[in-house]
Design a protein around this ligand. Sequence first.
Ligand code: FES
Length: 105
Amino acid sequence: MVHVDGKSIKSCTAFAADVDGSKIITIEGLTKNGKMHPMQEAFKKHHGLQCGFCTPGMVMSAIDLLKNNKKPTDQEIRDWLEGNICRCTGYQNIVAAVKEAASKM
Ligand code: FES
């Protein structure tokens, strides 16, 4: 999951020519001056962690959610993240992290 011109998309299904010239931000691009993004801080604090593939996807997707919904409900967070399917975990800590980030962003 990456941000293309501010919207989260699945990079694995994007055709490179379609995003030529777009502003693309990866998980690494969220850090500013060595400081993590509030969403990253919240995931760390609440242990909303999964593998190195799933966690960045959840973080990038959750940031996109908060651009249009500043105070999502638990169900809205779960619905938004449903494309980031993983059977390795429950989503409770992730939902808690997104809610905390929403209060700080
Ligand atoms: Fe990545 Fe489950 S944590 S596949």
